[in-house]
Design a protein around this ligand. Structure first.
Ligand code: PLP
Length: 405
């Protein structure tokens, strides 16, 4: 059966089952839609999953990145390094704080920023002092965490891992230990997105993980207007305390301005239910990726999977390939259109962010040949847990037809 006779295969899709529906319905009947116990339950479950002591859930992955950028002190008069190949949000979150973005190049075969790219970006930069770097675990494949954190330490930078693609993956440390991505063993903070196309779905949702209790406390305030109810923090004593010295029960203070980036009970109930199925989702993604690897071998070198870091057990957010469109005598748009006509959805992750009009107007043209080369070749093929092996075979058969035409 050709893919045209099957339901359309998007490049990614969430999986919702009756357990998810029941978990959300239970919250809807509970009397508490936000600010209740499920947010904390979700945070505890996620913290355990990624092996980090602290997890702070929030409205989405972009909010997670913004809070992370604020928590480490980015703001006007500072800058941060961001790889050019990522979703807009990684760079935008830096800009939201008033800090400048220094775009780093990436490996043309993996799309990942490595230590050498971080070094080159710092050497090129002539603006305000760089305080941080935001490596991205693109496609779910690990950025080289040991080399990047060593480089960051040498340069006095804080690392924030954009782990929005990476839930369920792990980095194999020098001593052989599999360190879950998000454990914040390398980056001071790690950010996740639970947009439906990601590893688990919350509708909209995100989380920041950290090992640092003070950063965790800071993040909790940043997601809730910058306010505190901790009497130890109160500075307006005559308003805060009564004659006996007890804190007034209504009282709170806002020492700095922040945002409403909270996640609701509804979103967290869905996230918690989804998280319980993460191992199954990962098994499916890994099995499908292996099937792609095997089936695509016949199309090499015209179509090859993107390069991966050897010391990574990927969470397989995306299955991305590099295509030599010149050898096919077709443009990428033509390949995408042919696949679409055959019922197969694909996507490009991503146009280098430095090439967006906003960033071009701000920073001019930045020559990043690795990012350009990765972008020119990459294409994400369908990958999601409900896909079947036969779907993979159809996608590869269609690619083969295109390649042989
Ligand atoms: C999805 C994503 C984000 C943003 O997450 P949202 O939840 O959509 O705000 C940030 N960075 C990367 C790499 C992403 O893939």
């Amino acid at each position: 059966m050709s893919q045209a006779d099957r339901p359309f295969l998007p490049y990614g899709r969430h999986s919702i089952d009756e357990e998810d529906v029941a978990a959300v319905a239970q919250v809807l009947r509970s009397g508490s839609l936000t600010g209740g116990p499920v947010v904390g339950q979700f945070e505890a479950a996620l913290a355990e999953t990624v092996g980090a002591p602290h997890a702070v859930a929030c409205a989405n992955g972009t909010a997670a990145l913004h809070m992370a950028a604020l928590a480490i002190g980015l703001g006007p008069g500072t800058a941060a390094v961001v790889p050019a190949v990522t979703f807009l949000a990684t760079a935008n979150a830096v800009r939201y704080t008033g800090a400048e973005v220094v775009f780093a190049d990436v490996d043309p075969d993996s799309g990942l920023m490595e230590a050498e790219h971080l070094r080159a970006a710092l050497a090129r930069h002539a603006g305000p002092p760089v305080k941080a770097a935001f490596p991205v675990h693109l496609n779910g494949h690990c950025a080289e965490l040991e080399a990047l954190s060593a480089e960051a330490e040498r340069q006095g930078l804080t690392l924030v891992e954009d782990a929005c693609h990476a839930l369920g993956g792990s980095w194999v440390a020098e001593d052989g230990e599999a360190v879950p991505l998000g454990s914040a063993r390398y980056g001071a903070l790690c950010t996740f997105s639970f947009h439906p196309v990601k590893a688990i779905a919350m509708g909209e949702g995100g989380t920041v993980t950290t090992r640092d209790p003070q950063l965790a406390e800071r993040l909790r305030r940043l997601r809730n207007h910058g306010m505190t109810r901790d009497p130890a923090d109160f500075t307006e004593h005559d308003q805060a305390f009564d004659a006996t010295g007890a804190a007034n029960p209504w009282y709170y203070e806002m020492p700095e301005i922040a945002y409403n980036y909270r996640a609701s009970e509804i979103n967290c109930a869905l996230g918690l239910s989804q998280l319980s199925r993460l191992p199954r989702f990962l098994d499916r993604r890994r099995a499908l990726a292996k099937a792609y690897d095997e089936a695509l071998a016949a199309l090499s070198p015209v179509i090859r999977p993107v390069a991966r870091t050897p010391r990574c057990r990927s969470g397989w957010h995306l299955y991305a390939v590099r295509i030599d469109y010149g050898a096919l005598d077709l443009s990428r748009a033509e390949v995408m259109q042919r696949l679409k006509a055959a019922g197969i959805g694909t996507q490009v992750h991503y146009l280098p962010v430095n090439r967006q009009p906003y960033y071009r107007a701000r920073y001019g043209r930045v020559g990043l040949p690795g990012a350009d080369a990765y972008y020119e070749a990459c294409l994400s093929l369908p990958l999601f847990p409900e896909m079947e092996q036969a779907d993979v075979e159809c996608v590869v058969a269609e690619l083969k037809t295109i390649a042989e035409a």
